[in-house]
Design a protein around this ligand. Sequence first.
Ligand code: THU
Length: 135
Amino acid sequence: MGNRELLALAVEAMKNSYSPYSNCCVGAALLCENGKVYWGANIENAAFSPTVCAERVAFFKAISEGEKSFSKIAVVGGKNGVINGIFAPCGVCRQVMREFCNDDFPIILGESENSYKETTLKDLLPFSFSPEDVK
Ligand code: THU
């Protein structure tokens, strides 16, 4: 699947954002090596700390369905669902990605509904701590 197609799915996923506290809507579309795509949207909570980011929702949905190999992820976000430049994954989400993906994992960051920057997990999380370090 192409980057633009995956980005379009992230835009769709963003529409399911539950973010009444920050009004920051975020969507993610995670492509597995088997071709399946898992969507994620951020889910906030009145107690704030239970909030989960869109990227982690997508990963945890996929992992809990038995997926193990991932090709790339597209992420979009913006205040009130208006995409106005990239909405980069937070540090916790980068670390969660590193648990399941190698350094060269491609991350598609939507700048608008149909334009993006492509980066890698290594660029977003240099000198990472990974499962290999615990062996
Ligand atoms: N958020 C994400 O969904 N992904 C990120 O990587 C950054 C932050 C969400 C969490 C919260 O609901 C809102 O954006 C504001 O922080």
